[in-house]
Design a protein around this ligand. Sequence first.
Ligand code: CTP
Length: 415
Amino acid sequence: MSEDTGRAEGCRRPRALLAVCGGIAAYKACEVLRGLQKAGCEVRVTMTEDAERFVGPVTFEALSGAPVADDLYSHPTSAIPHIELSEWADLALVVPATANVMAKIAAGLADDCLTSTILACHDSCPVLVAPGMNTRMWQNPATQVNAEVLRGRGMTIVGPGSGRLACGDVGEGKLAPVDEIVAAALCALHGTADEGDLAGVRLVVTAGPTHEAIDPVRYIANRSTGKMGYALAAAASARGAEVTLVSGPTTLPTPSGTRRVDVTSAAEMRKAALAAFEGADAAICCAAVADYTPAAPADHKLKKSREHLDSIELVETADILAELCAKKGARVVAGFAAETDDLLAHAQDKLRRKGADLIVANDVSRPESTFGADTNRVALVSDAGVEQLETMPLADVSDAVLDAVAAALRERGRL
Ligand code: CTP
């Protein structure tokens, strides 16, 4: 029998160690704890001194039914809480992960109970990190590099999402939704994350619209919401792929387990997509990239009375899909064709003209497949022919597209 659970060792409950840092989202860690318990996990908590300024340890003690490890030297039941906890846990979750604690973990610092425990988790238990912080702190290159370092060491980064932050800013940095964190934790606990049929595949997905600046206030955009690209990224990640999501401006949360690179313009998207494609096996260009951009965006707001906006000189943007296709070699590249008429003819033309392996054609004039819909009705167009699919939820459409990409990868011996 296991001493602390009283259950037979063979069927003990999964053990999650919640590491709570000092951010406003610390209260959400209570909900994560509850979600894990509801899913049958046993939960213990370690927290930083700063976290205790937001939520007291008594709350976590009451919820978890166990003492909180917040001090290396005065734990009520353990002389070495950081080592014991790291050996006890099947998974550690840092929620919310602040920029400071991410930096400490990346640097291997262990100057309190929480960071000492995470350092001791090395080789004994996987670590999931759910960042929650101000947008500029998240986007700071130092934090981005630290996130990469953590990922490179096998840690799972969940989120962050976008939205209104506690400081009033709107942007990326918001703690991922509680459900998403709990789902990622359960996925890691059940060891299914790497068992998908796309395990080992490095996939780039472009998504959303682009915004082309006219002046600091105005831009040219389109109706894309990013839903289809985000669904693809989520589905590929759930099937084990390592996904880089190059996203134009959207309000959608980052799909669990994906690396998201935010861009605004077509030029920025091109740069990010080309960089991500360097180390990739496949790309799916789902973004609605602007075809034209103002030749010389003004650096000040154009005034109606003085500088008439009755003509804007436009120049063509680079075709990202065509560029990826030109350099793909044995890699697989798929694109989308959003059309309102002559769907298949346009899709076949794009397949040939851009040199893609697959074009996913959808008729955006139909309500079930238009911008912002939760369903899509697509045809898969390739050299092998046309496969018309039924109207399906975006997750199922994503799986069908990924099946086609996986088949092409298999043909080329890349899967
Ligand atoms: N695409 C791209 N870069 C661009 C324009 C389009 O990567 N500058 C990609 C889209 O992501 C999509 C495919 O090309 O996968 C088709 O995009 P679409 O806008 O339908 O086609 P265009 O080539 O722009 O042609 P048209 O607007 O005339 O239909």
